[in-house]
Each structure stands twice: as C-alpha cells, then as structure tokens.
Design a protein around this ligand. Structure first.
Ligand code: TXE
Length: 497
C-alpha cells in the first residue's frame, strides 16, 4: 500500500493561520513569535503556530471563569451530558480528518489515530456524559445531643472545583485532552487546555467542533505555547482552581510543586515510569512474544503505560529473543499515512535524539543489542524497534524511561525474587503478569506496586477502569468513577432544626 491523499479539509486546515481558542473563537493572539509544527515522518515543517503569552493566558482564564460562574453553572447536568454526547457524534463524523491531522503531527500510524484518538475519545466522552447526572452526595445521621427537642441533619454536596488547567503531552494529543475535558465538563467545571508545543493543532479543530454542538463559549479554551511560558503562567494564574497534567516525571514534579505553592491548588499528575512485564514459565514462547509486542512496541513504545522492562524465565530467553527478532524484522516501517504501516517515526526530533542517546548508553554499559539500536537511513525521525539484553537490574535501560521502541530483557529463575525485581523502581504506573496459573496470579497481584496491573494483557485502557500511577508515577486517577473526587470539592452541610 502507499501513502493516502490528505483530505481537502485537512489541507485547508493546515493552510489557515493558527494560534489559540478563546471564548468560542479561534484567535491568533498578540505575539509576533511563531513556532513550527514538524511532520516527524519527513522532518518538514507543515505549519506555523503563534506562541501564546500573558495576554492569551489572561483572556482564556477570564473566559473560563466567566463561563464557570455563568452559562455553565446554569446548564443542567443532563444538558452537560448531552453536549458531550453530541461532541462524541461529531468526532466520529469527522473521524478521518482528525485522524489524519493526528498522524501528521505525531507520526502515529493512521489505524491507531482512528481507533484511539478518535474512536476511543468518543467512547470516553460518552462515558463522562453518563456521569454528569450521577454525581451525588450522601445524607448522614448526626449523633449530636438534643437538649430541647432540636434535631440535626447532615448531607454532602459534590461541587465542581472550578476552572481546570489541563496540560497535555504529545503522544495522544486528542485522547488525553478528552480525558481531562470530559471529566471537567461532566462535573460542571470549565477548562483551559495547554497542548504540547509539538502537537498543538488537533485540539484547535476539536474546539471548533465543540462550538458546533452547542458547548457554550468559554467552557473550552486553548492556549498554545511552551510549557515554561504558557504552562506555568496558567498554573500561576489566580483563576486556576485545579491542574491536571500528563507528561514526564520531572516536569510533573515541578508542575505539582508549583500548583501547591500557588495556594494548594488541586492537582492530578499522570506521569511516566518504567513499567514491567513479567512472564511466568508456564507461558509458551509464542505467547510470550505476542505479549511483548502488545506491551512494548505499539506506537513505537510512546505510550506511558507501555512496558519497557521484560522479565523472561531463563529457560525461554534465547527462544523468545530469536522469535521476537524475527517478528520485529518482518514489521512494516513506514509512513503513518500508509494504512499498512506498523511502525512509524518517533514523535519529534528531541525525542529521537533522546532515543539515540539511550542506544549509546546501552552500548557503553556492555548490553547486548540483539536487534535494532540504530536510526533508519530515511528522512524523519525513524529508529529500528530495538531489543536489548541487559546484564543486570542496575543497567540504565532497566531503570530509566526511554518512551521508545526499546525492550530491555532480563532473565530470571527464582519466581520468589520476581516481585522484588518488578518493584525495584521509584515508579509505579503499570505492570503486567502473564500466566495461566490464576491461583499464582491472584497471590501476586497484591504484591505488585503499580496503579494499573494487567494479567495476560497490557496497555489496554477502558473508560470504566480508573487509571493512574503509584509511587513517583503520579497522583490521582483518570476516569472510572475515581475522577469525580478530583474534579469536585466535597462540601459537608450540617443543619439544626
Ligand atoms: O514532556 P513534558 P516532553 C516523556 C518522554 C519524553 C519526555 C519529554 O520520555 O521523551 O517525557 O517529553 C508542558 N510548566 N513523556 O518534553 O516536558 C509541555 O509543554 C507547565 C512521557 O514533551 O513532560 C507539554 O504540554 N507545563 C509522557 C507537557 O507539559 C510544562 C508523554 C508535557 O511535557 C512545563 C510525553 C512547565 N514548566 C512525554 N514544562 C507520558 N507519561 O505520557 C513543560 N510543560
């Protein structure tokens, strides 16, 4: 197959001037400064976008605050849900346009853009829509003494937290933004999004669709620009009530610290990690290899929940690495806009350079590069999917997040020591355990320190299942019913009568 033609609507969108989305309108902003959006499959600039600054931050925060206290507060829960459902319909109607834009900016194979950034985003919106009418408090019996026949009653209310600032990474520029937007709007909050400077286009288009479906002006706003400039100004802003961030651990830590310093603002952090996948000896080699491909190599490994550390019984190690090499070398590497592509480029130049430096570290530390470990001779930011046999749990590739198509493999014999190996990290976003022995799996589940644990699967998320990290991988949970706690304040009311 070959690269598809871009839809006329995608070409037209790229030719427009881009900036921000504030109070229901696309605006260019005041700055004369622009930054370039690069197609990672070619290395070429596809468009320019205006850098945001104080002016746009103030305008967006004011718009979100006005809408929060005004039009959105007067919108009934069922209508809030209807808005999210209508937006889901329109995402699906514009699926191909959004998927092409996403693939152009992120390098994500088009099939994944269709399935996740559009299909799954619509599912998440419908899930949040259902919650909008089901956010309730409770009534409580009070035990205070009654001297003159007076009585007491108490109840709790879940009140929307206010204006939410959502800071978004580059890997799922629509889906992760929708997680935050859907949660905020269902709870009655309004939102200002700060997309990644690498992938700022797609949500500008989604915001226009939100206007079409009748989401009131000011409820969704977007300010584009750098993290240091726009991201921190939004967090610092007095009208910001909550910060929700997805991205790297170091940036997440500084975002969390700033939010606390700026008045104990509510903060949810979904950060990276060094996720483990452990296979018990009863799993046949072919199934182990299927599991490794699912856990570590989808979307070039650029998924925060993907596995990067693989623990293989030593009896299977050689056969696993041989079959994995065979399977990876047969995968089609190519343009994200070719439907047959299985492996696309890395998402941006900085990330590509980071991955090349990881190959170097592995070499310097004497790791065996079983397959890959090099950049591809073609334009864009392509590297070969890579298999590395580590020497010990102390090797850099077993400890530091790569966020790329690099699996680091360590063999083991002692099943008792496996849990210790899996937990030997400051991170705890996700992990997977692969075995047909469910009794063993049930005993191991409570011992593995990860916010998301899969058995015989990896990386799949579902709107009804809470997602987030333990240890240094985050604070709070996205979706499931857990999100309600993070987007509402719990108010207790006690009455004497
Ligand atoms: O992430 P950052 P980057 C990892 C991956 C990658 C590395 C760097 O390993 O190589 O992070 O990627 C905004 N105040 N992940 O630089 O810095 C920034 O503009 C406020 C893992 O893209 O975490 C962007 O919108 N905001 C990850 C967002 O934070 C700031 C997904 C994420 O940027 C800021 C992506 C600041 N001081 C990369 N500095 C995952 N776990 O899902 C930056 N930002």
């Amino acid at each position: 197959m070959s690269e598809m033609n871009l839809l006329a609507s995608v070409t037209a969108f790229l030719q427009r001037s881009h900036g921000h989305y504030i109070q229901g309108a696309s605006v260019l902003g005041q700055a004369n400064e622009t930054f370039s959006i690069v197609n990672p499959a070619s290395g070429e600039v596809i468009t320019e976008i205006n850098q945001g600054g104080e002016h746009e931050v103030n305008q967006a925060m004011q718009a979100a605050s006005d809408a929060f206290h005004g039009v959105w507060a007067q919108t009934s829960p069922i209508e809030r849900g209807n808005c999210l459902n209508r937006l889901a319909d329109l995402l699906q109607k514009n699926s191909e346009e959004l998927a092409q834009l996403e693939s152009l900016c992120t390098g994500k194979p088009i099939q994944l853009s269709r399935m996740l950034d559009v299909g799954a985003s619509a599912d998440y919106l419908r899930y949040f829509a259902g919650w909008s009418t089901k956010i309730t408090g409770e009534t409580i019996n009070v035990s205070l003494p009654s001297f003159k026949g007076e009585k007491y009653s108490a109840f709790t209310r879940r009140e929307p937290v206010g204006v939410v600032v959502g800071i978004i990474p580059w890997n799922f520029s629509i889906m992760i933004a929708i997680w935050k937007l859907g949660a905020a709007l269902a709870c009655g909050c309004t939102i200002v999004l700060k997309p990644s400077e690498y992938t700022p286009l797609t949500m500008l288009r989604v915001a226009e669709l939100a206007k079409e479906v009748g989401i009131p002006d000011g409820v969704i706003n977007i300010v584009n620009g750098s993290g240091a400039r726009v991201g921190s100004s939004l967090i610092n802003h007095p009208q910001c009530d909550k910060v929700t961030f997805t991205g790297s651990v170091p940036t997440g830590m500084s975002v969390g610290k700033l939010a606390l310093e700026q008045g104990l603002k509510h903060t949810t952090l979904e950060l990276g990690g060094k996720n483990a996948a452990a296979f018990l000896p009863d799993v046949p080699v072919e199934k182990i290899v299927d599991g490794i491909l699912e856990a570590g190599y989808v979307y070039q490994g650029q998924i925060c929940a993907a596995a990067e550390r693989f623990y293989i019984p030593s009896v299977h190690m050689d056969a696993v690495l041989a079959l994995l090499t065979e399977r990876l070398s047969a995968m089609k590497i190519g343009s994200p806009l070719d439907e047959s592509t299985e492996i696309g480029p890395l998402a941006n130049k900085a990330h590509y350079e980071k991955i090349l430096s990881m190959f170097e570290k592995a070499r310097l530390e004497g790791n065996e590069i079983v397959y890959g470990g090099y950049a591809l001779e073609r334009p864009g930011f392509f590297v070969a999917p890579t298999v590395i046999k580590a020497n010990s749990a102390e090797d850099t590739l077993m400890k530091e997040e790569t966020f790329g198509p690099i699996g680091a493999f360590l063999s083991y014999d002692d099943e008792e020591a496996l849990i210790t190996l899996m937990n030997a990290t400051p991170f705890g976003l996700s992990a997977s355990l692969w075995t047909n022995d469910m009794s063993k799996a049930m005993r191991m589940i409570p011992c593995i320190k990860a916010g998301m644990l899969w058995v015989n699967m990896h990386t799949f998320l579902d709107p009804a299942v809470p997602f987030g990290g333990m240890k240094s991988s985050g604070i709070g949970r996205e979706f499931g019913s857990a999100f309600i706690e993070h987007y509402t304040e719990l108010k207790s009311v006690m009455m004497r009568y």
